[in-house]
Ligand binder design. Structure first.
Ligand code: 5AD
Ligand code: SF4
Length: 453
């Protein structure tokens, strides 16, 4: 979502004459767009700011001044503290106010001579009543072949470890038509795949033409009508919001890719309850079962936290058992880290770091083996690959399989970028696959007819 937000900040600033630059050295303005989800986020921001301070200082007195802004969830959470610890920062803004950047920048540049890097920076971490999406300009930056589109933000689930409900605010869904129009514009600019984004994207809700309340499955079906939009994905979902109609969409909507990232966090019911996840391990398994019934080849991904307060060896083993039962195609895993202000951070029975390290290493070895097995199972198969960009080597192209695997081919013409072609997979390169473009037809060489599989 920060990638999407950064692109929108660039759109907001374009009318002021700003264009993206490759680094801070010659830049008139640097915006650090920050994430606060896990530990050390703030430390990273302060150390990055220290680096920027030197560049800014070297320019003081010249005509080439630099505005420094801190945006995103660390800005939201730390607010004033950033201006206090780093008085050379000009602007601190939260994720819900970046449509107001032009005013902030105008104020900051006007005030910069007076302030001379000595405090009184601008702070805007409000949660405005009217959504930023009603004020953002039409996107003028192209996101390329595979684009992100924010449809939902914030979260009302309040998992006890998580900072999102405090930094991104309450759950909010954009109106269907607004999303539909943005998707059409992205496709006109060259996108062939769109990933719908939200911290809790399957909590998405909107109103259809007759005013009835509808969910993410309806939005997906609407978007699947857009000609030229060959692939749809969505992330990140909560098991509790995986309703029947969304599960069925995976069997019904051809453009919805057979891949789902569905965080479970733990396989122990005791820990899931302490996390306030609102589901049991069995309920999660049942969802997976229904998904596989609707779409037998669906690839599954998840998030895991090890060392949540009070996690015993038996709880951890329950997580491993769940992983072994499901078999994921890939997954993300983290050591629990205390987030300021969250209920789990105040629990007494925090797990030792050495235990967390041990558990994380083992869990990751199991997940890595599953990912490896999954990727190897595609060797010898033909997969329709959407080519997104050139690779590092001459003639190499990189694309994605329907199952969200990165696929590289050698000796392919660059004009295949943006096309879907069948690739015969011949190698498992551990985090990606290698193969050769199948020259003549076959299932999925569907760049022409607009279907993706
Ligand atoms: N500690 C460790 N991991 C966390 N996540 C969220 N909060 C924490 C935390 N306090 C992980 C969860 C979530 C992912 C985005 O980050 O697994 O799904
Ligand atoms: Fe955080 Fe996701 Fe839980 Fe919401 S559902 S509180 S975003 S972990």
């Amino acid at each position: 979502m920060n990638v999407y937000d950064s692109a929108r900040m660039a759109d907001v600033l374009a009318p002021l004459g700003y264009v993206s630059s490759s680094g801070p050295d010659g830049a008139d303005m640097v915006i650090l767009n920050t994430c606060h989800i896990r530990e050390r986020a703030s430390e990273k921001v302060y150390s990055e700011l220290g680096r920027l301070r030197k560049i800014k200082k070297a320019r003081t007195g010249s005509n080439n001044k630099m505005v420094i802004a801190v945006a995103g969830c660390v800005a939201q959470a730390e607010g004033e503290e950033i201006l206090r610890r780093a008085p050379y920062v000009d602007i601190v803004l939260g994720p819900q106010t970046y449509h107001r950047l032009p005013e902030m920048v105008a104020l900051a540049t006007r005030a910069s001579d007076k302030r001379n890097g000595n405090g009184n920076g601008i702070l805007d971490t409000e949660f405005p009543v009217s959504s930023k999406f009603d004020h953002l300009p039409v996107e003028n930056s192209s996101q390329g072949i595979s684009a992100f589109l924010s449809v939902q933000e914030g979260c009302d689930k309040f998992c006890t470890f998580c900072v999102v409900p405090y930094t991104r605010g309450v759950e909010f869904s954009r109106p269907i038509e607004q999303v539909f129009e943005e998707a059409q514009r992205l496709v006109k600019k060259g996108a062939r795949e769109i990933t719908l984004l939200g911290q809790n994207v399957n909590a998405y809700h909107g109103k259809n033409e007759t005013g009835s309340e509808v969910g993410l499955s309806y939005l997906i079906e609407r978007l699947s009508e857009i000609t030229g939009l060959d692939r749809l994905r969505y992330t990140t979902s909560h098991p509790k919001d995986m309703d029947e109609s969304l599960i069925n969409s995976h069997g019904k909507v051809g453009t919805l890719m057979p891949y789902l990232h569905l965080p479970v966090q733990s396989g122990s019911d005791r820990i899931l309850a302490a996390m306030n996840r609102r589901h049991t391990a069995e309920e999660y398994l049942n969802i997976i079962h229904s998904l596989r019934k609707a779409r037998p080849d669906i690839a599954l991904s998840s998030d895991f936290i090890v060392g949540f307060p009070g996690e015993t060896e038996a709880d951890f083993e329950a997580t491993i058992a769940l992983i072994k039962e499901i078999k994921f195609s890939q997954a993300y895993s983290f050591k629990y880290s205390i987030r300021p202000g969250t209920p789990a951070g105040m629990l007494n029975d925090q797990v030792d770091d050495s235990v967390k390290n041990e558990r994380l290493a083992y869990l990751q070895s199991v997940l890595l083996e599953q990912q490896n097995d999954y990727n190897s199972s595609k060797i010898g198969k033909e997969l329709p690959v959407l080519f997104e960009r050139q690779g590092r080597h001459e003639g190499q192209l990189i694309g994605r399989s329907p199952y969200n695997q990165s696929v590289s081919v050698n000796d392919a013409p660059a004009d295949l970028i943006g096309a879907i072609r069948n690739v015969k997979i011949d190698s498992n390169l551990s985090h990606s696959l290698g193969g050769k473009v199948v020259e003549h037809g076959g299932l999925g060489s569907s760049a022409v007819n607009g279907n993706s599989l």
